[in-house]
Ligand binder design. Sequence first.
Ligand code: NAD
Length: 345
Amino acid sequence: MRFLVTGHCGYIGPVLIRLLHEAGHSVVGFDTGYFRDLIENAPESCFPDEEIRKDIRDIEQSDFKGIDAVVHLAALSNDPLGEMVEKQTHEINTVGTIRCAQAAKLAGVERFVFASSCSIYGASGDAKTPLDENAPLAPVSAYAVSKVDSEAALQQLKDDSFFPVMLRNATAYGVSPRMRLDLVVANLMASGYATGTIKVLSDGTPWRPLVHIEDISRAAHCAGTADRNLFEHNVFNIGARDCNYTVADIAKAVAAELPGCKTEITGEAGNDPRSYRVDFSRALNGLPAFEPQWNVEKGAKETLEWLKAHPADLERLFGPDFIRLKHLRKLSDNGQIDEEFRWAV
Ligand SMILES: NC(=O)c1ccc[n+]([C@@H]2O[C@H](COP(=O)([O-])OP(=O)(O)OC[C@H]3O[C@@H](n4cnc5c(N)ncnc54)[C@H](O)[C@@H]3O)[C@@H](O)[C@H]2O)c1
């Protein structure tokens, strides 16, 4: 099959492309390239066979020529970022997703895999049981709202000729050639590695389910390739068995890999309303061929190996190279992108 992967120059994209190549597919990448240059040690298989460098807000039917399935990753992907740039988050994430799906459908592409997020469950920490796909949505950020609105719009487009599959991914961890250190596992690991103290800024109680980027990519591959008749549903929470952790649990798993490192739960960031414990059984039993292979302990070891190959330099690790928000701010401060997040000409 020939896939179009949007947002392929981000954290998940290169790993997904590698998996798609390993499964014998060809890949066209579509990305505006905000993080394009932040690439390290990537094997050839992480790069698409063909690349379209364009903004998702401008995608059109002709971009889907010869495409059999889409995995739509392109987004401003970050809660704090969503708060800072609410309008752009709506336009890129929601309006961009709708435009992308409509163009794919017009071009006759049936399968559209959407990278949604468990963050749409938002403030649900008090729920007595883990949340399944029918749980009420309680988004608490512009980013999470954009995923709720995109899912709703994609469901409207579903018919005999177009089948969107929503993958509500848990918070990602894992090593990518375009590494992010603004996600909880890598963030705690990097702070422990660079300073000797794992600093948890919340009170540690919020629930945060986790999933490795290879397992997200596996799910996207299954969702993009399985026969439509095999699907009973088109919305799936994506995570492994037993992958619901509190932030304090995550700090513990990270500390186990960093002997001698202290853990401080400071609570200085105040109460974090984002808390959700999620039931992943629908995907584990019903997403054809989906078998996650990672757990957070194995992921913490992998992240530590990545860190060991980098200097323990707090400024670099927590600067624009690895923190999405800071990189976008740098592009803006340098006049490379305008306030609409379009490249300045
Ligand atoms: N990383 C996670 O923890 C996580 C969890 C759940 C869901 N997701 C979703 O998975 C997807 C990929 O996440 P990621 O961590 O790889 O994010 P990322 O920020 O690393 O990558 C996003 C990519 O989208 C591209 N992009 C952004 N705006 C664009 C635009 N206007 N036009 C074209 N391309 C644009 C960026 O250039 C970037 O390469 C996102 O949709 C995200 O919301 C991620």
